[in-house]
Design a binder for this molecule. Structure first.
Ligand code: AMP
Length: 210
């Protein structure tokens, strides 16, 4: 099963990808997590990406395509994968096709801008492993600590309100055209927000069975 999770920042792509990767036994490839790890380690790629990320802008296509091309050659991707946060531009979608990647389904997580803005203010992320939490919708067992690795939970720099608006703008201008791109290819399935993480997972699993 080769899946793409499409949707605005904060639509729940990372959360659903984590759950689905456990249920389906395939890895998640999150370009956002890969980039944040590179920024933290101070690699040349991280140094290049940081300014774009902090400004709420998209990282250049060639950087992203390079990351994904390399990741997809790893053995754990042989039986399928979930792409979380990639493609984010038509050029990235075309690059996947040029790599010969045959996507089975593209799940579009549909959430209003108003709801996105609300959600982002409560989002927390583990500074060590990148796992995502929310102060209301997805609370850790111990406040401020990651359930998975015990790392400190922090607020992502790009979740500050002004940057969220820039990220939403980038989404509408550069990423949303992919909805039509995949609809035309007969791959698109729509998942309107069902009001809770569990209900959204159940909805997506039903879409995958269909
Ligand atoms: P995310 O965690 O998916 O919200 O990604 C965080 C940030 O990383 C984005 O706001 C972009 O700056 C960058 N990023 C992640 N994935 C991509 C992508 N496919 N194309 C361009 N930029 C990306």
């Amino acid at each position: 099963m080769k899946l793409i999770l499409l949707g605005a920042p904060g639509a729940g792509k990372g959360t659903q990808a984590e759950i689905l990767c456990d249920k389906l036994g395939i890895p998640t490839i999150s370009t956002g997590n890969i980039l944040r790890a590179a920024v933290k380690e101070g690699t040349p790629m991280g140094l290049k990406a940081k300014a774009f990320m902090d400004a709420g802008a998209l990282v250049p296509d060639e950087v992203i395509v390079g990351i994904v091309k390399e990741r997809l050659t790893q053995p754990d991707c042989a039986n399928g994968f979930i792409l979380d946060g990639m493609p984010r531009t038509i050029a990235q979608g075309e690059a996947l096709e040029q790599m010969g990647v045959e996507i089975d389904k593209v799940i579009n997580l549909v959430v209003s801008d108003e709801e996105i803005t609300k959600r982002m203010s409560g989002r927390r992320v583990c500074g060590s492993c990148g796992a995502s939490y929310h102060i209301v919708n997805k609370r850790p067992a111990v406040e401020g600590k990651c359930d998975r690795c015990g790392g400190e939970l922090t607020i992502r720099k790009d979740d500050e309100p002004a940057t969220v608006l820039d990220r939403l703008k980038a989404y509408h201008e550069q990423t949303e055209p992919l909805v039509e791109f995949y609809r035309q290819r007969g791959k698109l399935v729509e998942a309107p927000d069902q009001g809770s993480i569990e209900a959204n997972t159940a909805y997506v699993l039903k879409l995958l069975e269909a």
